[in-house]
Design a protein around this ligand. Structure first.
Ligand code: ADP
Ligand code: MG
Length: 717
């Protein structure tokens, strides 16, 4: 009896050569092999007599090899094997190329199945390159013909035929597996049991069977994911956090003192957050709102409220520029409250206590002030909480609230790690309230699954008075016109961003590929070239500056400050300004190589303008003539809001690209099925039912074990 944990090395049919190829694919055990699913099926289920063959039909013929010969094609150096196959109704030729070993298998007189497509050649029907399978006249079960034939992802030296040859007998001899999905759930959601699903995903009799099997495996992971979410919620429900005392009248005064009135959904979101942090149960909330919808002020008020309760807040941003901006916003807007506010990035440390003085301090000094509790709100990059080697992270006196801006960039897991570490740092056993913000709206299926452990607050409208941004795709031919337009706008007093993609020349030099983190220098070079061109040729008379990740923080700071103070007309930048930057006077966002960015990223860029009453423009430059590129860019033009766009982006790029494959640790099938709202809902309902009945899964031992494995898998990055 073969078990799932049986090593393939112990199976006789697996030759050493095959074994090493399988190992290269990470296929070591029977389980690994059986979970290597086909990605499609060839339909050779139709068995036809030779006399009844139709042109272009895909069929299986059961026949006898009448004659077979090999010859060399005269034109090219190619071996051609030709056979005549007969059955009681007639004969047909079959032909293969460059597979001399067939001669030793299909001798004259052999009974075999031949599966393939009937083609016409020189006026005759042929089977071109058919799959064959010796049967010896027995009607034994077949693997390669006379059915739906699984096709596996192509891999070097490991053909679909080879995999079928291995998988079919193993499936036959496999122990009966215990299904970790409870029977009731299988029945309720009409899912095949694991033993059936495994057989049917490899060798279905009908396509519908393979679809059912596939659905089951996708359901499996979604179900585990949902269980995991519910478990996190349950755990948080048991954890204790500091309940913050909110003084409504004081808060009311602070809100009245803002330079603007909060929008309706800003107010609602703030209420939801304040309600959460007054509880002893830790908040775990995501504040989601379109670019420019005003998330910062909402979370800032929460931090102020925490400070009023004498508790500390850590406010993390994904970039230094953004951290600095948040720090500035806080000190500027709430400076009059004389609350201790700190800034900590790898490049600088600042401490502010309501004074107007330059507030740069030594890092060690700032850390001291955080530890003794005089700094109430500490803004920074994730250096804030990261441990480096043996060095501990920042020590807080009494941290109660963690805010993370643009949380989707931090990954689901990092969030958990963060909360964990905060717990370690805290003197007591208490946990922290956790609030994340994202401008990348998360499509419904994803928020139900990957972020299913979070509560959601939505900012659904932009502050009033904002005009929709006019977005245009600019082709090469219209470049000069676009430049003229930019100049005109700048003469009217506006400012412009120019974004260059991170590109590097590939080997043949003609194609470009986007590089994520590598090749920063190429990134810089590209911006530098564009800066040179724009400042020395195109916009000689205007003030052009450049920004990229290689600059020292002080330089970046100075450039951003100059841009904010309208001392710079055009800022040429890499995507470092992608998130969060707020320059109300900037009204033009020009993006070079727009096709090289993801839609959500483009949307983020565009959100940098249109933040004040000026009519704003987004110009998407592209050299690409591809219709697909234009289609993608056009959806940016057409999307009414970020939410709609995210759905589109998800549909176009798939969940893997959308959230980043590595961040989830989810298997392929589950990733793909994240698009399937119905399946996601079913899995969620099933998980909810189980957790409600039996939160510790006491009566579901196999499920409990599997869930633990799964948790390990998704936390492995
Ligand atoms: P995002 O949600 O993209 O992070 P920000 O918090 O940076 O947006 O806010 C964008 C701009 O809108 C800021 O300049 C902010 O001061 C301003 N703002 C926020 N709320 C309002 C409001 N209710 N009315 C007018 N302006 C607002
Ligand atoms: Mg923001």
């Amino acid at each position: 009896m073969i078990k799932l944990i049986t090593k393939l090395a112990q199976i006789r049919e697996v030759t050493p050569r095959l074994l090493s190829r399988l190992e290269k694919l990470g296929i070591i055990t029977v389980k690994d092999l059986l979970w290597h699913f086909p990605f499609r099926y060839e339909d050779f289920s139709k068995i036809v007599k030779i006399a009844d063959l139709q042109l272009n039909e895909r069929v299986t013929i059961q026949g006898v090899v009448k004659q077979i010969r090999m010859r060399r094609a005269w034109r090219r150096n190619m071996l051609i094997i030709e056979a005549v196959i007969v059955d009681e109704t007639g004969g047909i030729k079959a032909i293969w190329f460059n597979q001399p070993y067939i001669m030793t298998i299909l001798r004259a007189g052999r009974q075999a199945n031949f599966a393939g497509k009937v083609v016409l050649r020189d006026g005759d029907y042929y089977l071109s390159n058919p799959t064959y399978e010796s049967t010896g006249g027995r009607t034994a079960e077949t693997k390669h013909t006379a059915g739906l034939i699984p096709i596996y992802p192509e891999t070097k030296g490991l053909t679909s035929k080879g995999l079928r040859y291995l998988i079919k007998p193993i499936l036959g001899a496999l122990e009966k597996l215990e299904d970790f999905i409870p029977e009731k759930i299988l029945t309720d959601y009409e899912l095949p049991d694991i033993n059936i699903a495994l057989k049917k995903i490899h060798f279905p009799l009908k396509i519908s069977q393979s679809e059912q099997a596939r659905k089951r495996f996708a359901f499996e992971d979604l179900f585990l994911l949902q269980l995991n979410n519910f478990k996190i919620r349950l755990r948080l429900a048991k954890e204790k956090a500091a309940a913050l005392a909110i003084l409504a009248p004081e808060l009311e005064k602070i809100i009245k003192g803002l330079p603007f009135a909060l929008t309706f959904s800003q107010k609602r979101s703030l209420e939801e957050i304040l309600e959460d942090i007054q509880k002893t149960q830790p908040m775990n909330r995501l504040l989601q709102g379109d670019v420019g919808s005003g998330k910062t002020v909402v979370v800032a008020i929460a931090a102020i409220a925490a400070a009023a309760s004498d508790k500390q807040t850590a406010f993390m941003a994904p970039t230094e520029i953004l951290a600095r901006q948040h720090y500035k916003t806080l000190t500027k807007t709430f400076g009059y409250l004389n609350i201790g506010i700190g800034l900590l990035t790898s490049g600088e440390a600042r401490a502010f206590y309501g004074d107007a003085l330059e507030n740069e301090v030594k890092k060690s000094e700032l850390l001291k002030q955080v530890e003794n509790g005089s700094i109430k709100i500490l803004v920074g990059t994730h250096a804030l909480i990261a441990k480096r080697g043996k060095q501990k992270g920042v020590k807080f006196q009494d941290l109660a609230l963690v805010i993370v801006d643009e949380q989707h960039r931090f990954g689901v897991d990092q969030r958990a790690a963060l909360v964990r570490q905060e717990n370690e740092n805290a003197a007591s056993e208490t946990s922290v309230h956790f609030l994340s913000m994202s401008a990348t709206p998360i499509p419904r299926t994803l928020s139900l699954t990957l972020f299913g452990d979070l509560d959601l607050s939505l900012i659904t409208e932009l502050p009033s008075g904002r005009k929709p941004i006019i977005t245009k795709i600019v082709s090469l031919a219209n470049r000069q016109k676009a430049y003229n337009f930019i100049r005109e706008q700048i003469k009217k007093g506006r400012q412009a961003f120019v974004i260059c993609p991170r590109i590097s020349a590939s080997e043949n030099g003609s194609e470009f590929i986007i590089e994520k983190r590598k090749n920063l220098w190429l990134d810089v070079k590209n911006v530098t070239e564009e800066y040179e061109r724009l400042s020395k040729k195109v916009f000689l008379d205007l003030r052009v500056a450049m920004l990229h990740g290689r600059l020292k923080s002080a330089e970046k700071e100075k450039i951003m400050a100059d841009f904010a103070a309208d001392k710079i007309d055009i800022l040429v930048s890499t995507s470092v300004i992608e998130v969060g930057i707020d320059i109300p006077n900037a009204s033009i966002m020009m993006i070079e190589g727009a096709d090289r960015f993801g839609l959500s990223q483009l949307y983020q860029f565009r959100g940098r303008v249109g933040r004040a009453e000026h009519q704003s423009f987004c110009l998407l430059f592209t050299d690409s003539e591809l219709p697909t590129t234009h289609k993608r860019l056009t959806s940016l033009l057409e999307a009414k809001n970020g939410f709609e766009l995210a759905e589109k982006d998800l549909a176009i790029r798939g969940p893997g690209q959308f959230i980043g494959e590595k961040q989830t640790g989810l298997p392929d099938l589950a990733m793909k099925s994240l698009n399937d709202l119905e399946l996601v809902r079913d899995a969620r309902a099933a998980a909810a039912e189980i957790i409600k009945k039996d939160p510790n899964l006491k009566n579901f031992a196999p499920l409990k074990v599997r869930l633990q494995e799964f948790q390990k898998q998704i936390h492995l990055e």
